[in-house]
Design a binder for this molecule. Structure first.
Ligand code: ATP
Ligand code: MG
Length: 425
């Protein structure tokens, strides 16, 4: 036998058994985004590298070491998208969607980051992301947070908490960065390798360290609060008010920062203690400077992204009920060559008559008993049996598989009548 081909490390298959829970997360999200007035946008997964280096920032982990970047055959430098926001802004600008307009958009799909694969951290992962472009008001920050809170509720996720902070404007951050650099520089000896690098590049990112050894040092670091500009202060003060009004609980975390350079003012994360080290299921914030950075006019904006793998994992840990519906409503069981041909036609006719009917044909060569066993295993309510008798009579035998009721010999039209109510329950 030939060798099996292995998948690329950190890239996973989502198997049919997991599909219902994935779909539930995706469908519930899509439903809510629409209910809040957000429209879907679909974007390429491959973009020019420059898009990410200019938006996420050259010195971030993502751009400096995690991107899948290569030269296309014509020499153009391209990257598999590590996140969605930059692409959304590029598309909105390029298609004139921000021309005297605001946009509320969402999108979904795979993201790629060459991180060290572990539970909850993969090299291809999936996000739902939501972006409001052209909105300066804290109401929109709060709206996005309220939307996510509603999503968790709908998905039955009990163990999530919201952390909130303001990282101000780039101007107000400059003063803080200086203080922070001095503080960490004075404790150089206690810094791990990652943090030493961050000290040179962006000391704020040290606050985001996931190394438990760094925790104490971070706890004692000077806080940003004192450096916050007045406008940012007023903006962030309003968000908790709005959230409190609608009963969304939150924790102010003055050490919360984000790993991408484009964030300003409001940042938030939804975290859980049930997923181990990969505890953030959703993160977002304001990025008032990004549109201008990518060549547009000054346009305030805010957004978030949730990691579908982590949300699915948490839904499972929180005991989300994922009663799997039967795969099909009815299953064809055919005895013999002629009956199999006849049954094939009957099943197609049933599909015409009962829109949405889920009916499967098995392997007619498998023998009658084996087919009946598979029909039963499929979870179908009915087996549709055809043999010599049925072919001769131009009928089909309908055998209930989940109820102790007799088998009935019926016409295709009558069969459709029996199956139609199954569809509507
Ligand atoms: P983390 O701090 O866990 O690395 P992040 O700050 O890099 O996350 P974002 O870029 O804000 O994450 O992405 C938003 C969400 O996407 C995260 O909260 C997480 O749920 C998910 N996510 C990010 N990176 C990965 C990954 N490598 N594998 C699986 N999910 C991920
Ligand atoms: Mg990360």
């Amino acid at each position: 036998m030939a060798d099996l081909i292995q998948p690329v490390r950190g890239m996973n298959d989502v198997l049919p058994v997991d599909a219902p829970l994935w779909e539930r997360v995706e469908d519930t999200g899509a439903e809510l985004f629409a209910a809040y007035g957000y429209q879907r946008i679909r974007l390429p997964v491959l973009e020019r590298t420059e898009l990410f280096s200019r938006s996420i920032g050259e010195l971030t982990d993502i751009v400096s070491k995690e991107m899948y970047t290569f030269d296309d055959r014509d020499g153009e430098r391209v990257t598999l998208r590590p996140e969605a926001t930059a692409g959304v802004v590029r598309a909105a600008l390029g298609n004139g969607l921000l021309h005297n307009q605001q946009q509320k958009l969402w999108c979904s799909g795979p993201m790629f980051r060459r991180e060290k694969p572990q539970k909850g951290r993969y090299r291809q992962f999936h996000q739902l992301s939501v972006e409001a472009l052209g909105f300066a008001e804290p109401e929109i920050d709060a709206e996005l947070i309220a939307l996510t809170a509603r999503l968790w509720k709908k998905l039955g996720l009990a163990s999530v908490t919201l952390e909130l902070n303001s990282i101000g404007t780039p101007q107000s951050r400059a003063g803080y960065k200086k203080t922070l650099t001095e503080y960490f520089d004075a404790h150089r000896g206690a810094l791990d390798e990652d943090s030493l690098q961050r000290l040179e590049r962006n000391p704020l990112r040290i606050l985001d360290s996931k190394n438990p050894r760094m925790r104490e040092l971070i706890e004692r670091a000077p806080l940003f609060g004192d450096y916050l500009d007045d406008e940012s202060r007023a903006h962030i003060a309003r968000v908790p008010q709005l959230l409190a009004d609608v009963g969304v609980a939150f924790k102010l975390n003055p050490r919360l920062v984000r790993g991408l350079d484009y964030y300003t003012r409001t940042v938030f994360e939804w975290v859980t203690d049930r997923l181990g080290a990969q505890s953030t299921i959703c993160a977002g914030g304001r990025y008032d400077g990004l549109v201008a950075q990518l060549g547009g006019r000054d346009t305030p904006a805010v957004g978030f992204a949730l990691g579908i793998e982590r949300v699915v994992e948490l839904a499972r840990a929180d005991g989300a009920d994922v009663a799997e519906p039967p795969v099909v409503d009815a299953f064809l069981v055919a005895a013999g060559d002629e009956a199999s041909r006849y049954g094939f036609k009957v099943v197609e006719e049933l599909r015409d008559r009962v829109p949405g009917l889920k009916v499967a044909i098995g392997s007619p060569a498998a023998g009658f008993k084996a087919q009946l066993r598979r029909a039963d295993k499929s979870g179908a309510r009915f087996a549709l049996i055809v043999g010599e008798t049925e072919v001769a009579a131009g009928r089909v035998s309908v055998k209930p598989l989940r109820a102790d009721e007799p088998q009935r010999l019926v016409t295709t039209a009558e069969c459709a009548g029996l199956l139609a109510p199954v569809r509507s329950v």
